[in-house]
Design a protein around this ligand. Sequence first.
Ligand code: S3P
Length: 179
Amino acid sequence: MSCVHKPQKSLVLIGLMGVGKTTVGRRLAHALKLDFRDADEEVEQAAGRSVSEIFEDFGEAAFRDGERKVIARLLEEPPMVLALGGGAFVDPETRARVKAEATSIWLQADVETLVKRVSKRDTRPLLREDDPETVLRALLDKRQAAYAEADIHVDASGGSHNLTLDLILRAIEARETSA
Ligand code: S3P
């Protein structure tokens, strides 16, 4: 059992597609009695279209604009657990905002684990550009320097999402104690 207090700032989950930001985020929110929001879902609601349709109809740049605005709005709300889409924290404006307003948590996993997990859903436009492993390796290469700027790094490769949740709670607790 964790003795983490209800956070004063939002907890923002970042990391590549398939790492479990949404599933773990929901459980983290439940554990801390916070609201959970998923940035992709919020963008979809605002646009009245799925992420895939936004990419198809307007292109990735338009998706990124919407994503940036939606995240800025969510960060103004009372503390919550917020799962970001895999590319969001790479945007310098979003990264700066998250750093100023929230505690960021990078969920890391090896590419083999991610490939297994993303094969369960076919809703991610970037994964249709090549085979998922090639795409994920290239994205990790491009993005890991930005992800590494997160406040907390958690290994999410291991076993279950509950194990990842436990590691997050411990990391938050360790930060609370050292603050
Ligand atoms: C993307 C990740 C997706 C979604 C979009 C682009 C990315 O979110 O935002 O398909 O650039 O990595 P998840 O990481 O929640 O799958």
